[in-house]
Design a protein around this ligand. Structure first.
Ligand code: CO
Length: 215
């Protein structure tokens, strides 16, 4: 009960298998991390960043929260972003949502779940900004799906407007902010055609992604 022995057994087996495949793996990794990617994803247990992208430890810096939000007052997310961009110098920030997101569904339905309602106000703000497009969809499933996509698009815009990303761009540091969405039902990632690599691209990228048909 207190020890969770199954997880420790799994860990020993995993570490032994990694060492068998590459005897230097942990030794090398313990000296330095040099990931090329920062992943900002949902905390949902079904969307494990490294596994779905086939990346090893050391290859992706990860921040996850409920409904993959980039909020300008969230010191946790901003600190992760700043460290990834300024210190690790990642070239890519991937904001990845997923269909079937419970946080997005709760925001869409105005559910009352407790403290988290305050966090999900940010998703309700996305819903409000795109109310006409969302209301025009025929079923709740369609509206939920589209709000999951629009939420990612808005979070890419939020990340692009942070001082961290704008400063990186203004000093000429190559940095792309990508918007992706993951399907729980097929395990596949989809690119939302929202990829911003400079200040000047943001408005056009946003227009195209928001006006693209839901896929
Ligand atoms: Co989710």
């Amino acid at each position: 009960m207190r020890v969770l022995s199954q997880l420790f057994a799994n860990n020993r087996a995993w570490a032994a298998e990694m060492t068998r495949q590459d005897p230097e793996f942990f030794e090398r990794l313990s000296r330095q991390q040099a990931p090329q990617y920062l992943w900002i994803g949902c905390a949902d247990s079904r969307v494990p960043a490294n596994q779905i992208t086939g990346l090893l430890p050391g290859e992706m810096f990860v921040h996850r929260n409920v409904s993959n939000l980039v909020v300008h007052t969230d010191l946790n997310c901003l600190s992760t972003l700043q460290f990834a961009v300024d210190v690790l110098k990642v070239g890519h920030v991937i904001i990845c949502g997923h269909y079937g997101c419970g946080g997005v569904r709760a925001a869409l339905r105005d559910d009352h779940l407790g403290l988290i309602d305050n966090w999900l106000r940010h998703v309700q703000e996305v819903r409000r900004r795109h109310q006409a497009q969302i209301d025009a969809l025929p079923t709740e499933a369609d509206r939920h799906k589209r709000l999951c996509e629009l939420n990612v698009i808005e979070q890419v815009a939020n990340a692009s407007q942070t001082t961290i990303v704008r400063d990186a761009w203004s000093r000429g540091q190559p940095l792309a902010i990508h918007g992706w969405i993951y399907g729980l039902q097929d395990g596949l990632l989809r690119d939302l055609s929202m990829c911003v690599t400079s200040d000047t691209e943001l408005a056009d990228c946003m227009d195209q992604a928001v006006n693209a048909r839901s896929r």
